[in-house]
Design a protein around this ligand. Structure first.
Ligand SMILES: *Cc1c(COP(=O)(O)O)cnc(C)c1O
Length: 333
């Protein structure tokens, strides 16, 4: 008898699908035209996220990429240089929009207080580049979901302040960092001018991110969102999913447990795997394409990231799925 191999999808936490509870909330959402005025459910979501992040105001956006782009567009003048760590989403995964639309000159840099201080500020000749913005990312996707704890974060933003840089935080998975560190999300936004957070990753909303900062930033952000085609009408249907998603922040701890179990299991099968800090497991393999193809054949879906195999745990896989992944890989190892 041939057993059908059901695929276990660990490509990303974006594959999570809205469940019954979320769909019910979406169906029942109170709505209004958010371009002409304010949709009440979107407003409720925005206020809740602003409070969670410890900032004045927030704006729902269709994607994290748009949230980052809006922030960069408002922070950067044409030709301004911005700093971001190698592999940052704003550098490698947003199709160059930081340059193409926001007008920024990207500079990849291993971010430390010293490297930030020496890359900006000081006397530059009139023909020198002007560096105006630091982009942080927490958790850091390409590094394997690594977390920046509050003290390290504080030293980076202090260095940025010393040399007159603004700070944007790409917090697509800030919720994961907050759960892993057991600190409130607001403890990880201190000193940032703007923050972007995703609702559509581990929290399971089908669509949506939020970009946040001062009230005056959000007023301008609303205009840029409209320019980019991101003004939505009865967006409350989507924001309702976001409100349910926010209730699920604590459950990200389970994804982290599953990632640790997966890493441990892979290691015991002889894989070269870094210890995950959150829900992302990176494995170094001799031939990435061959390994990904082999995994797919086993019904284990993973993705390439920074030259490694990336497995992402999420709310649509449980401990038994992780066991099954290890069983399938173990059979061929
Ligand atoms: C996913 C992600 C984004 C953007 O999210 P989209 O909603 O897919 O545009 C931004 N930054 C990081 C680090 C991400 O992982």
């Amino acid at each position: 008898m041939i057993e059908a191999v059901f695929p276990i999808d660990l490509r990303s936490d974006t594959v999570t699908e809205p469940d019954e509870e979320m769909r019910r909330a979406m169906a029942a959402a109170e709505v209004a035209d958010d371009v002409l005025g304010h949709d009440p459910t979107m407003l409720a979501l925005e206020e809740r996220v602003a409070a969670l992040l410890g900032v004045e105001a927030a704006l729902w956006v269709p994607s994290g990429s748009m949230g980052n782009l809006i922030a960069l567009t408002l922070h950067l003048s044409r030709g301004d240089r911005f700093l971001a760590s190698p592999g940052a989403h704003v550098l490698d995964a947003e199709l160059g929009t930081a340059a193409w639309i926001a007008g920024g000159m990207p500079h990849a840099l291993d971010l430390t207080p010293a490297s930030i201080r020496s890359s900006a500020g000081g006397e530059t000749p009139y023909y020198g580049l002007r560096t105006t913005l630091l982009c942080l990312e927490n958790t850091h996707n390409a590094s394997g979901g690594t977390v920046t704890p509050p003290d390290e974060h504080a030293s980076l933003v202090a260095a940025a302040a010393d040399v007159g840089l603004r700070v944007h935080l790409d917090g697509a998975r800030l919720w994961n960092a907050s759960v892993a560190l057991d600190v409130p999300p607001a403890a990880l936004t201190v000193g940032c001018d703007t923050v972007q957070v995703c609702l559509s990753k581990g929290l399971g909303a089908p669509v949506g991110s939020v970009v946040a900062g001062s009230s005056s930033f959000v007023t301008e952000a609303r205009r840029v969102r409209k320019m980019l085609g991101g003004g939505v009408r009865q967006g409350g249907v989507l924001a309702a999913a976001g409100l349910v998603a926010l209730d699920r922040i604590p459950s990200l701890a389970l994804d982290h447990d599953h990632a640790r179990a997966l890493a441990e299991g892979l290691r015991s099968l002889g894989w070269d795997v870094a210890e995950p800090a959150t829900n992302i497991v990176l494995a170094s393999v001799p031939d990435l394409a061959v390994t990904l193809h082999g995994l797919e054949h086993l019904g284990v879906l993973a993705s390439p990231m920074a030259g490694k195999v990336r497995f992402v745990t999420h709310r649509d896989v449980d401990a038994s799925d992780v066991k099954e992944v290890l069983r399938r890989i173990g059979e061929v190892s």
